[in-house]
Write a protein that binds this ligand. Structure first.
Ligand code: DAH
Length: 359
């Protein structure tokens, strides 16, 4: 076989081998086998020297032609394969617009927050606006201005968390720090902040987090929520307070809820009352949830003490007011028959996802 024949054979051969290559890698191998330094075409071209001189130009031209053709064919095959790769990828990524959508998990309000929002809405209808206070309070606002002087026995009602400089002698000790900075034990200090900041008539609602150095159990957390209410005006009475709280209980728990007021004691109200609703678990017959009494306490309240009014800048002969402190944690537990307050802060999705309707 002459060199020209061999070149012609290789031309045809290369074309069919290229057509058979299935991907870019196979084309690359083929390029190497044909055009590489010890490739088939390279080997043929090395034989040009042994061709008789008069034939050499023609055979040389043919060799170059074949080489050019093979190179071009390799390029074209690569393009082709790449094109079909893209098509395959596009087919892969194609979206079936007629298929059902994938459900996206959407969050919802925590049951506690739902109760707080509901209460805010209910009180809004009675003209209350939200007035917030700091979670880190002073001893003065948390106790003294509320008629609870140092060493007063009623301080024992509150297991207080004191704030101290890290590394100071007080840090970690149970002694108060010199500035009397504490985590508020209730939202009542905001009563004074509101009285000092606002003009009468005052109707405010203070939702917020409170902290106590309490042992944690099914009904106590070291952090919990309260919603404080305060009304200051020239002509308010315990009757107003009673009527308001009864309406709020009906709005939250339904028209049939039973309510009662009992005498209570708080240093910052006089008289003081506790407000109970008929047990929602047993309907009043008595059960473990209501300690067999048929009633559950949901808040403390009373007429603002004259000393507190004076501390807030009001003359008790001219102004009266009433205040109440609600426990939304407990109110939410009653609403949904939740048995353990710790569930609220447990970050357990199995618990919170049960309240999706409160969105
Ligand atoms: N601050 C009280 C507590 O934490 C609750 C309370 C009782 C608030 C009576 C009031 C009130 O405003 O009038 O136990």
């Amino acid at each position: 076989m002459t060199l020209s024949d061999e070149l012609e054979r290789l031309r045809g051969d290369a074309a069919s081998r290229l057509a058979a290559a299935q991907n870019a890698d196979e084309v690359d191998t083929l390029r190497h086998d044909l055009l590489g330094r010890s490739g088939e075409l390279t080997a043929l071209m090395k034989q040009l020297g042994s061709v008789p001189p008069e034939e050499r130009p023609a055979v040389g031209r043919l060799a170059n032609e074949v080489r050019g053709e093979v190179e071009r064919a390799i390029g074209e095959r690569l393009e082709q394969l790449r094109g079909s790769d893209i098509e395959a990828r596009l087919a892969d990524e194609a979206i079936d617009m007629s298929g059902p959508g994938r459900p996206m998990p959407v969050g919802h309000l925590h049951p506690l927050l739902t109760t707080m929002r509901d209460l805010r809405e209910i009180f809004h209808a009675y003209g209350f606006e939200v007035f917030e206070g700091p979670e880190i309070e002073t001893d003065e606002y948390n106790f003294e201005l509320l008629n609870i002087p140092p060493d007063h026995p009623s301080r024992d009602l509150w297991d207080t968390l004191y704030v101290a400089e890290p590394g100071s002698a007080e840090a970690g000790a149970s002694r108060p720090d010199p500035d009397g900075t504490i985590l508020r034990t209730h939202t009542s200090p905001t009563q004074l902040r509101a009285m000092r900041a606002l003009e009468p008539p005052i109707r405010v609602l203070t939702p917020g987090r409170c902290f106590r150095h309490d042992a944690v159990d099914a009904s106590h957390g070291f952090e919990f929520f309260q919603i404080e209410g305060l009304v200051i005006d020239r002509d308010t009475s315990l009757a107003d307070l009673k009527g308001l709280l009864e309406e709020v209980a009906r709005a939250l728990y339904g028209r049939d809820v039973r309510t009662r007021f009992r005498p209570g004691y708080y240093p910052f109200t006089e008289p003081s009352v506790a407000f109970d609703i008929g047990c929602l678990v047993c309907g009043g017959d008595g059960c473990p949830a209501c300690k067999r009494s048929g009633w559950m306490t949901i808040l403390g309240a009373g007429m603002v003490h004259p000393t507190v009014l004076r501390n807030g800048g009001f003359d008790p002969d001219e102004f009266q007011g009433y205040a109440f402190g609600m426990g939304p944690d407990r109110m939410t537990m009653l609403r949904h028959a939740i048995g353990d307050i710790r569930l609220f802060f447990s970050a357990d999705l199995r618990f919170v996802t049960q309240f999706a309707e409160g969105r």
